[in-house]
Design a protein around this ligand. Sequence first.
Ligand SMILES: Cc1cc2nc3c(=O)[nH]c(=O)nc-3n(C[C@H](O)[C@H](O)[C@H](O)COP(=O)(O)O)c2cc1C
Length: 317
Amino acid sequence: MTRPATLLGLELPLLQAGMGAVAGPALCAAVSRAGAGGTLALYREPPARAARLVREAAVATDRPFGVNVVPEVTGPAACLDQLRAILPELPRGAFVTSFGLPDADAVRAVQAAGHPLVVQVGSLALGRGAAVLVLQGTEAGGHLLGRMPVDLLLAAVRARHPRAVLAVAGGIATGRDLADAVARGADGAMAGTLFVPAAESTAHPEFKRRVVEAVADDTLITSLFEIGWPHRPHRVLRNPPPPPRSAPRPRSSPPPGWTAGHTRFRATARRPGSHHHRAHRGDGHELRPLLHPRHRPAPGRRQRRPDSPGVRGRWRT
Ligand SMILES: Cc1cc2nc3c(=O)[nH]c(=O)nc-3n(C[C@H](O)[C@H](O)[C@H](O)COP(=O)(O)O)c2cc1C
């Protein structure tokens, strides 16, 4: 039994990242039932809905699960409102995860309710009150908390805090990745992208398909899709190169009409020769424009059903 697993009551030293528009009660509960740290994303959910989602997750698993807040997106006051609404709904043994440092009131509220706090950071600025620290490296999908690759960050934090309970986040995709991280001094890991294609995830099917087909080299770090995280660069899937000017334009216009709403992306586009496609809510990952046939998977490329790697199987190292 590893330290994060012991502290959080898990069978496995693996946490599923809270992911806005991806990690609802179904994914959270499925991961939790599988013995890892399933986590419900609250992102900007209003307090009453947040409490309802927590109740849904709680009835779907009898094992520990987490609830994720993002104080720098909601602001400290709204984050505290979310916490005040959900803490009374949390079963014993549930934990709270925070993307970035929560303020002192939030830390006190979680501790007073008797739940362990898991804080994800991307630098050496470590918050107080965290039972488990998640060190996010620049390999991570989604918004980035720092500028250091995960191994450097882990080595630096471990040297300063030899007794801290540390999990790593960024590019964890297999049991071997987790085992390697533990060999380098981590106590466990958090994974996000790995769970996006799961059957229980609420990500759009097209997003799932692209994640399954992508390799690390298909990603890049940009600052295009802020979605409430000011000044946070983020790792997304790379767009295919635009068609040459001489190429016939798709019949629809304008080109991919995604717009950044306050809480969610809505991406609309027309695929050549297909019906109007509405590609959804979520992080920048799915916003690879859908317009050009070049986007279709290369012939002979291995195809998997988007929902095939669901979390129903067990995590093995
Ligand atoms: C689609 C997506 C959405 C995310 N949304 C959140 C979020 O709402 N809250 C949060 O704490 N982290 C969020 N993250 C970041 C994760 O906490 C974590 O740092 C990251 O997924 C780890 O890297 P990996 O995706 O390579 O496993 C998100 C990540 C992805 C890929």
